[in-house]
Design a protein around this ligand. Structure first.
Ligand code: AMP
Ligand code: TRP
Length: 334
């Protein structure tokens, strides 16, 4: 069985863009691959963050992931597997400074910090974060990494590091991981369909997967449909987004019926919104119920994830042991 690794930062609510664009696919991959899914809390420290929220966000994300169908035994918390940071250090010495400064995400995020902060503080962690990401991937010798376009460059860097490492130690030790692209919808903000759904744009620009029924209905009801500057003959982004959401939520029948109405010019936006909200509510009801069940006895999930992190750690420890041997470090058991 081939190995898949992916990871997500604990930075607050999980929105429909995260779910339909990434996590839903992770759930499916569990059937065909040995999957490792990380909640990468060390990565979440690279941008300005609130100390008293990180731990809660970490447990919240774990709960959310399990509620939507990730198996607890496939989950680990990055800081519970300290070998990631140790391998990250070693990889620092196999990665050039220039390469990191050229990462587009570093440029974008350091820009964000400058714009948002009174005093600009760009941490070394932000610059170095792709090296830690490489360690996340290579420590499990992952064959495939399901990534969005935004992470492509980081995966390319991972392959470079693996290649440089192999060359230096004179052995094809790390396999070069491949990106795993799956057709996933890009979800837009319902409040401004010219933007992608995201937390950073503010509350009205994302729909929380675990929002209650009324909130989902309200957000869909107030969705911007046609901003008026759509070229004739093409579908307005807001309308397209509602169709995408309905399809992603699994209501193909309503999708096809309403699409037919759109093409004959008889589509009513109220019907489109009603059907989209219904589809989303039907889908997320189950998630909300599972989340409530998980929250009713938090200890069980905490124990499970501590245990799975410890089990997964054994794989990481073995890799690190071999790596230390290869790079010339002392490798004495304590
Ligand atoms: P983020 O925490 O915003 O980086 O999101 C984590 C992952 O969710 C990203 O790498 C994407 O794969 C996915 N994602 C985030 N926002 C969207 C969106 N609006 N549409 C589709 N996928 C998204
Ligand atoms: N950098 C990714 C993000 O910001 C998260 C991440 C960390 C990751 N380590 C990873 C993704 C390893 C894939 C594989 O979304």
């Amino acid at each position: 069985m081939k190995t898949v690794l992916s990871a997500i930062q604990p930075t607050g609510d999980m929105h429909l863009g995260n779910y339909f664009g990434a996590v839903k696919n992770w759930v499916r991959l569990q059937q065909d691959y040995r999957c490792y899914y990380g909640v990468v809390d060390y990565h979440a420290m690279t941008m300005p963050y609130e100390v008293n929220k990180l731990r809660t966000n970490t447990w919240e994300l774990i709960t959310n992931l399990v509620a939507v169908g990730i198996k607890p035994e496939n989950l680990f918390v990055q800081s519970l597997v300290p070998e990631h940071t140790e391998l990250g250090w070693i990889f620092n010495c196999f990665c050039s400074y220039g390469q990191l400064t050229r990462m587009t995400q570093f440029k974008d995020k350091s820009h964000q910090v400058k714009e948002g902060g009174k005093e600009e503080f760009i941490s070394v962690g932000l610059l170095d974060y792709p090296v830690l990401q490489s360690a996340d991937i290579l420590i499990y010798k992952a064959d495939f990494v399901p990534v969005g376009k935004d992470q492509e460059q980081h995966l390319e860097l991972t392959r470079d590091i693996a290649h440089r490492f192999n060359t230096q130690v004179g052995k094809e030790y790390f396999i070069l991981p491949e990106p795993l692209y799956t057709e996933t919808p890009k979800i837009r903000s319902t409040a401004d369909p010219t933007k992608k759904m995201s937390k950073s744009a503010g509350e009205k620009h994302y729909i929380n997967v675990f929002a209650d029924e009324d909130t989902i209905r309200r957000q869909i009801k107030s969705a911007v449909t046609d901003s008026g500057d759509t070229p004739t003959g093409s579908m307005a982004e807001g309308i397209h987004n509602l169709f995408e959401l309905m399809k992603a939520a699994g209501d193909n029948q309503s999708h096809d019926d309403l699409m037919a109405a759109y093409h004959t010019g008889t589509l009513k936006y109220v019907d489109l919104k009603q059907a989209t909200a219904d589809a989303l509510v039907n889908l997320t009801r189950e998630f909300i119920d599972r989340k409530k069940a998980l929250q009713s006895d938090k200890k069980i999930l905490k124990e499970q994830v501590k245990q799975s992190s410890a089990d997964i750690r054994k794989v990481a420890q073995q890799t690190l042991k071999e790596v230390k041997e290869l790079v010339g470090l002392l490798n004495v058991p304590f």
